[in-house]
Design a protein around this ligand. Structure first.
Ligand code: PLP
Length: 411
């Protein structure tokens, strides 16, 4: 007997599919520009020295006492350390912490954090529609759709001018349903690397308050825009804590989804957090209890190794400084690669100035799908069809090869 109903093949994950093609390619010059994980100058994954030292302390110095279950919403010391790290550098954030106006929960990295907030909103929020930038990280659509929230798009990137399509962005949000959800990238927008300016954020926030939208800020690349995680906290977070604190009627609540995957290199450790800010401590208690009720049947509680590493780094002054150095090192290398690519591109063929305006791990080249396919077939250079390069796959060893290949395909 067979009780399975019509199981078809699911569409493959585009980025992981690209990595498979890369692995199979025998060309010794092949380059993987798909996956958004940092690689060092030799093209190898890099365990941050600060993370190694934190692990040594856990094991050798015996800071790790057990491998017990952590509470449903994560380790208490982790949650308070991360809350202080994210909100404690901001005048209004400090007040929000002191007045217990922030729900903090440890989650299964950034994806888990987005999924938990999407599930919560689906259960308890009246408008089940979330506006996302076009383009955005493709998994955003899946996460919200699978949690029962309908994804909608707001224009973001103008491919003709390689700049922010602010006019159409504002026009779309101005027509959004009152109370709809809106997903924002705090900095290093994925995939475009293009962030709103302070003035543009003001305009966006004005529409958010006018249409009573609920902002969810996704912060997956904190540190990679300026090289400093604190400076990088994102104009939008500073603006939102201020607006919320001074005028809660304008912005009664917002959420923040945070990940240590990229800035601590804890990809596989699945360590991140979700925050929800609200003016009412009573509401905060209710949300906290509902989050527990929601997480318990999904995965019981988050893993503990990554969160212990984060705790050790954030609570040890010397190690924290060393981590800041590691983040700066990653950002410097990405920026060097970006300049190297820019310098080796043929500027008589196309204007590449937008590359210089982009921040973070990615370069949104503006190359067409056909050009990306040609890079793949003729040069074994594997980037996504939308023209995005993960700069982590480039180094001094292959930057010329990549740039010359691009020059050849755009000719
Ligand atoms: N948000 C964005 C924009 C991302 O690019 C990513 C990862 O690539 C994530 C969230 C989530 O990453 P993770 O679940 O590994 O923390």
């Amino acid at each position: 007997f067979n009780h399975w109903v019509d199981v078809q093949m699911a569409p493959p994950d585009k980025i992981l599919g690209l990595s498979e093609l890369y692995v199979k390619d025998p060309n010794p010059k092949k380059v993987n520009l798909g996956v958004g994980a940092y690689r060092d100058e030799e093209g190898k994954p890099w365990i941050l020295p600060s993370v190694k030292e934190a692990e040594r302390k856990l094991v050798v110095e015996g800071l790790e006492k057990d491998k017990e279950y952590v509470p449903i919403l994560g380790s208490g010391p982790y949650n308070s350390a991360v809350q202080k790290f994210i909100f404690g550098h901001d005048e209004f954030g400090k007040k929000l912490i002191a007045e217990k106006r922030i729900v903090s929960a440890q989650t299964i990295s950034g994806t888990g954090s987005l999924r938990v907030i999407a599930e919560l909103l689906n259960k308890f929020y009246s408008v089940k529609k979330c506006y996302m930038s076009a383009p955005t990280w493709p998994n955003h659509l899946n996460v919200f759709r699978d949690a029962g929230v309908e994804p909608a798009a707001y224009p973001y990137y103008d491919l003709d001018t390689n700049s922010l399509d602010i006019e159409n962005l504002l026009a779309t949000l101005n027509k959004a349903e009152k109370g709809a959800l809106i997903l924002l990238h705090s900095s290093c927008h994925n995939p475009t690397g293009l962030d709103a300016t302070s003035e543009q954020w003001d305009q966006i926030l004005e529409v958010i308050t006018k249409r009573e939208l609920f902002p969810i800020v996704d912060m997956a690349y904190q540190g990679f825009a300026t090289g400093d995680p604190i400076k990088d906290l994102g104009i939008v977070i500073h603006k939102m804590t201020k607006m919320h604190y001074e005028n809660p009627e304008k912005l009664p609540s917002f959420a923040l989804c945070q990940s240590f995957a990229k800035n601590m290199g804890l990809y596989g450790e699945r360590t991140g957090s979700v925050f929800l800010v609200h003016e009412s401590p009573e509401f905060i208690s209710k949300i906290t209890s509902q989050l527990k009720a929601l997480v318990r049947p999904m995965y019981s509680s988050p893993p503990c190794h990554g969160s212990k590493i984060v705790e050790v780094i954030l609570n040890d002054e010397k190690l924290y400084k060393s981590w800041l150095g590691d983040v700066a090192k990653i950002t410097n290398r990405l920026n060097e690669v970006r300049s190297g690519l820019y310098d080796n591109l043929d500027h008589s063929l196309r204007n590449w100035d937008h590359l210089k305006r982009q921040k973070g791990m990615f370069s949104y080249t503006g190359l067409s799908k056909d050009e990306m396919l040609k890079l793949r077939s003729d040069f074994s250079i594997y980037g996504t069809d939308d023209g995005r390069f993960s700069l982590a796959g480039i180094s001094n060893r292959n930057v010329k090869y990549v740039a010359e290949a691009v020059n050849a395909v755009v000719k």
